[in-house]
Ligand binder design. Structure first.
Ligand code: FNR
Length: 187
């Protein structure tokens, strides 16, 4: 049966390049993967008092429940000031608690960074990987995906406009499917 993948997008704006690339990756993926974009913009900033009181916000619980059910997670994120955006870090933190109940443990993951800049969000990409190491997530090492000059790779319709980029994305998401097949908890 298909492996379930949660897609976390690190930009909250409507015309996000990252959201467009996330949908292109989903479109190019093999049928062995089944995707759900899980929205993270309404997760309150992590505050342990709310867990300790036994009254976590409903959005935290819904997020944790969704993530607990997937085999893998695909991060598609911009770089903010050479690191991951707060939205992604907060989602990682919310999923990691209460202590001993982390939804991350043993999952498979992939990281894609997308930027209009030339460097393609390298800093953010490795910053996400740093937290995932601590959470025992099997993050696919390669192929790496630092997508620079991103707005030049999309057409007016928001879809990838050239074959070379399409090939790069296809190669990444095909490798990711194989990685999840080998490393997901239910594998
Ligand atoms: C940015 N941007 C940016 N780009 C980059 O390559 N490296 C960086 O360190 C930063 N820093 C940064 C900080 C903040 C607060 C913002 C809002 C933006 C630019 C960023 O890549 C650009 O706005 C992208 O278009 C954001 O991704 P989405 O929203 O298009 O998906």
């Amino acid at each position: 049966s298909a492996k379930k993948i949660a897609v976390l997008i690190g930009s909250l704006r409507k015309e996000s390049l990252n959201r467009k690339f996330a949908h292109e990756l989903i479109a190019l993926a093999p049928a062995t993967l089944e995707f759900e974009v899980v929205e993270i913009g309404d997760l309150a900033l992590y505050n342990q008092d709310l867990d300790d009181a036994g009254a976590p916000p409903a959005a935290w619980t819904a997020f944790r429940d969704k993530l607990a059910r997937v085999d893998g997670v695909l991060f598609v994120t911009p770089e903010y000031n050479r690191a991951m955006p707060a939205s992604i870090k907060n989602a990682i933190d919310v999923g990691s608690r209460p202590w001993g109940k982390s939804i991350w443990d043993g999952k498979a993951a992939g990281v894609v960074t997308v930027s209009p800049g030339a460097v393609g969000g390298f800093g953010a990409n490795h910053n996400v990987r740093q937290s995932l190491v601590a959470l025992n997530v099997a993050t696919m090492p390669a192929p790496e995906a630092y997508i620079g000059s991103a707005e030049k790779l999309l057409g007016e319709d928001g879809k990838v406009s050239n074959d070379q980029t399409r090939q790069v994305l296809t190669k990444f998401i095909t490798a990711f499917a194989a990685w999840v097949g080998k490393n997901a908890p239910s594998a």
